[in-house]
Write a protein that binds this ligand. Structure first.
Ligand code: ADP
Length: 426
């Protein structure tokens, strides 16, 4: 019988869920409950081709999960027959405590709650989600998978802020990094991709030498530098505010701006809201969705054009910085909503990075596909067979030519796999 994992991702006012078969990689069913705690709520449940929508107030996360279980009951698939082996919970912040997927018990819930000061916007919802799921699905093992865990091994030089060491120690201040589940999933998919395997073989190198830069460009956005599967730097830091320009967050800003605004009369909570919800693409152009920014820019809107320039400038800066950190780049990979879908962002980043050997093949870049793929120019190998075939034909091997790739991320599948591994191994 198929074994599945129910993956839960609790946000402050939403509950996303997916029933995943970690062996086949298929999502069996899934959906989202939105506007939890507000006067109007709604749930959308998908199973195969069918989509069921329920509009009704959902007072809290307990009611949201009950609604999800009812939807499975009423519209299918039946959870009793779905072979659920475990529940995997996405938790944003694992602090210094949780560096690996962890079976959930009372102590773990307490420890995740203790981390709320580090992630006040994210961990409270995770705690609620875990609590209600343990109550309603008490017969199943629960596993917490942390968004920070992949970055736990960051070298001290990358993880340390140059602040007074007594302050950093007392307050747990370091670069934690976020989107780790995605960076881990995508960087291992890159390492296993036939084009990359063939490139390493052609160059006579092992995977431990592979230098990757991964750009996770969704509503939130982050970059990572990965050497031989291990992270050596990442753009998000103590919080998910640092680094790239995002939908509503500015990424890097001079911390002096915060004090200037406070001195000018803005309250600390207002600055918090400004930085988390009113900045980035939204702040600069009035809209946070990249598709909307594009529409405005294409219609000649000067603010939207500038927003795109700032967005791309920051990306190029990080790719260049990570090339320096890694001593070169073998593969630059784009992932998440913008990275997977917006070919102009990809070409805009790569266009001015020819000095790193990076290139874009316009046809490959503009072709739509859900598959992991290479979008750089030949002589970079397009698939697993080409470079070796080229070698056999006595042609010049594509040595040292970095690849540019698009690799769809799948955080739910990564959480399901890590959950299943832990449950099966215990
Ligand atoms: P998150 O998980 O961070 O909410 P996603 O990875 O789903 O975000 O990415 C969402 C973003 O992807 C949207 O805000 C939108 O800007 C962008 N996006 C989705 N499709 C496209 C597209 N076809 N072209 C440009 N941007 C897109």
């Amino acid at each position: 019988m198929t074994q599945t994992v129910l993956v839960l991702n609790s946000g402050s006012s939403s509950l996303k869920y997916q029933l995943v078969d970690p062996t086949s990689g298929q999502s069996v069913a899934g959906g989202i409950v939105e506007r939890i705690g507000e006067s109007t709520g709604s749930a959308t449940h998908q199973w195969g081709e069918s989509e069921t929508v329920r509009d009704a107030p959902v007072p809290d996360h307990g009611a949201a999960l009950r609604l999800v279980l009812d939807l499975f009951d009423e519209t299918g698939p039946s959870l009793a027959d779905a072979g659920i082996t475990a529940v995997g919970h996405r938790v944003v912040h694992g602090g210094a405590v949780f560096t690996e997927p962890t079976p959930v018990d009372d102590d773990v819930v307490t420890a995740v709650r203790d981390l709320i000061p580090l992630a006040p916007l994210h961990n409270p919802a995770a705690v609620k989600g875990i609590e209600v799921a343990r109550e309603l699905l008490s017969h199943l093992p629960h596993v917490a998978v942390f968004d920070t865990a992949f970055f736990a091994p960051l070298p001290a030089a990358a993880a340390t802020y140059a602040l007074d060491r007594k302050v950093t120690a007392e307050h747990g201040i370091r670069r934690y990094g976020f989107h780790g589940t995605s960076h881990g999933f995508v960087s291992s998919a890159v390492t296993a991709h036939p084009a990359v395997v063939a490139k390493l073989a052609a160059e006579g190198r092992g995977p431990e030498t592979l230098r990757q830069v991964v750009l996770h460009l969704g509503n939130g956005a982050s970059a990572s530098a990965v050497l031989g599967g291990r992270p050596v730097d990442t753009s998000m830091g103590f919080t998910p505010l640092e680094g790239l320009v995002m939908g509503t967050r500015p990424g890097d800003v001079d911390p002096g701006i915060v004090f200037h605004l406070v001195r000018a009369g803005m309250s600390a909570p207002d600055v918090d809201t400004l930085l988390n919800k009113q900045s980035g693409l939204l702040g600069m152009s009035g809209v946070n969705d990249m598709r909307e920014v594009r529409k405005l820019a294409d219609s000649g809107d000067a603010d939207a054009r500038l927003a795109l320039e700032v967005y791309l400038h920051r990306l190029r800066k990080y790719v260049g910085a990570y090339a320096a950190v890694l001593g070169g780049i073998d593969v630059l990979t784009f992932t998440a909503g913008v990275g997977e879908n917006d070919h102009r962002v990809r070409s805009g980043v790569v266009r001015d990075l020819k000095f790193l050997g990076l290139s874009i093949d316009p046809a490959a870049n503009e072709a739509r596909s859900d598959e992991a793929r290479v979008v750089s120019m030949t002589p970079g190998p397009r698939d697993g067979s080409e470079p070796l075939a080229a070698l056999r034909q006595g042609q010049e091997p594509p040595v040292e030519t970095p690849l540019v790739m698009v690799v769809p991320t799948n955080e739910e599948l990564a959480i399901a796999r890590q959950t299943m591994e832990l449950v099966e191994g215990s």
